[in-house]
Design a protein around this ligand. Structure first.
Ligand SMILES: Cc1ncc(COP(=O)(O)O)c(C=O)c1O
Length: 453
């Protein structure tokens, strides 16, 4: 008979009133598989750590959002926000579902074109669009949303050089109840700056204003903010029509819908409080009543939803490398995936599930990553059973903003596997290899190691 592992007895001090009103966890959810594929099999085949993405979840989220918006608006375009997750297969799946591309740099623009997205299905945002990037975007018919007057001057010069009179959108900043207010992007609505910019562009005659864009923030939990946002954009649309005789082709409400993640200081879990797409769509429609148009006279409605489409589709599989006890008694679990892969751990309390049944006491623990950095904390406090080196864990939801913001730092980045609707696995991003790094860093012969043969 195999020898049973020894579990040190645990003496836990009970402090009255310490537990939240839901009590402390007495059982732990185990996440054994993703779309029917066993986590342990995935890790055995592709290594640890490993990102895994569910294609089914991506397609289903896209379909739900398109349906919710289509209920209220006759002409809706979803534009996939590349920076949220620009792995080419993820973008390709959303493009197959009908999404355009929303990009904020030449690099992202190039990625979209490399997937065959035509220029006139690319929306180009961001505060910095270099001259050559604007020239390419105008020549290929992309939808450029201007961020500042300096960008407007540059766009006019480029248009002149090309002999074009391109359509442009104005990015608008506004207060709609979401904090902090992102005043730094675009032209402000409340101060009158947006109207002034529109007047100036129209007077100069080199560019044609064809739309308004407003991405007011991210993870906006209160749908009412979208009512306020759309009400203000509708009011500005009417003012532009009346004062400047401008007829807009589109209103772009940016992104900002919350995923099912949980903010670090949020009391209730995201799974229970993040609104469904239907509530956001209804909120936008409510504000759009201020436009006072029949559905047939509505401009095209564009959404650049990012995290709410991709977050839940992404999982990070990781292995316990060590367990120890902190001087004050807290158990610490060290895993092989750190904040270099999980940038969002600074803002969100991701769920952490064992991937197989683990026996032993359930206890509060801190989860540290493998980096030699004090900030490498995956979870400050989470209830976990007694874990041992080698135990597999799954961190979820992690599909948004991690696979684009990850750093190789002191560890090479892992691969990403897609689970297809048919239950196959596809490696959609190869793990880094040492040669990737070495080949980018030439060392001149002058710096050869002294004394080495
Ligand atoms: C212009 C723009 N559109 C869309 C998005 C996607 O936002 P979210 O992931 O909050 O939906 C972003 C992200 O910051 C953005 O900057």
């Amino acid at each position: 008979m195999a020898k049973k592992p020894y579990d040190r007895p645990l003496i836990r001090r009970h402090v009255v009133g310490q537990a939240p009103k839901f009590g402390l966890a007495t059982s732990i959810k185990v996440l054994r598989d993703v779309d029917g594929i066993k986590v342990e099999d995935l890790m055995a085949q592709y290594g640890s750590p490993l990102f895994v993405i569910s294609e089914k979840a991506l397609r289903s989220a896209h379909e739900r959002l398109a349906r919710a918006m289509g209920f209220y608006f006759p002409d809706v375009v979803l534009a996939w926000s590349y920076k949220t997750n620009w792995l080419r297969s993820v973008c390709a799946i959303f493009h197959q579902e009908g999404s355009w591309a929303e990009v904020v740099s030449e690099f992202e623009y190039e990625k979209a074109r490399s997937l065959g997205v035509p220029g006139d299905r690319i929306i180009f945002n961001g505060p910095y669009k270099p001259r050559e990037a604007l020239a390419r975007a105008f020549s290929e018919g992309a939808q450029v949303n201007l961020d500042s007057l300096d960008e407007m001057y540059l766009a006019e010069e480029v248009a002149e050089e090309l002999g074009l009179r391109p359509k442009v959108g104005l990015r608008i900043s506004l207060a709609a109840g979401a904090y902090p207010i992102w005043y730094r992007f675009g032209f402000n609505y409340e101060s009158g700056e947006a109207m002034e910019a529109a007047e100036r562009i129209t007077r100069r005659g080199r560019l044609v204003i064809s739309g308004l864009h407003c991405h007011m923030g991210t993870f906006v939990l209160d749908p009412w903010c979208f009512t306020e946002q759309s009400r203000k954009l509708a009011a500005l649309t009417r003012a532009l029509e009346k004062r400047l005789d401008i007829e807009l082709d589109y209103l772009n409400f940016g992104g900002g819908f919350a995923s099912k993640n949980t903010l670090v200081h949020q009391y209730l879990p995201g799974e229970t409080v993040s609104p469904p797409f239907e509530e956001y769509a209804a909120a936008l429609a409510e504000g759009m009543k201020a436009l006072d148009r029949k559905p047939t006279g509505m401009p095209r409605i564009i959404l650049e939803t990012g995290r709410a489409l991709v977050d839940e589709a992404g999982y990070l599989m990781t292995s316990v490398v060590a367990v120890k006890r902190m001087p004050a008694g807290l158990r610490a679990v060290i895993v092989d995936a750190g904040v270099n892969l999980l940038y969002t751990a600074f803002w969100y309390r991701h769920e952490v599930f064992p991937a197989r049944e683990v026996e032993g006491d359930i206890e509060e623990a801190v989860i540290y990553g493998p980096l030699c950095m004090n900030i490498d904390v995956v979870r400050e406090s989470v209830m976990l059973p007694t874990l041992r080196p080698g135990d597999p864990l799954v961190i979820w939801p992690v599909g948004a903003y991690n696979m684009t913001q990850w750093l190789q730092f002191i560890r090479l980045r892992p691969g990403v596997v897609l689970i297809t609707p048919e239950g196959e696995t596809e490696l959609i991003r190869m793990p880094d290899v040492m040669d990737d790094l070495l080949s980018r860093e030439p060392v001149s012969a002058r710096l050869g190691l002294r004394g080495a043969e």
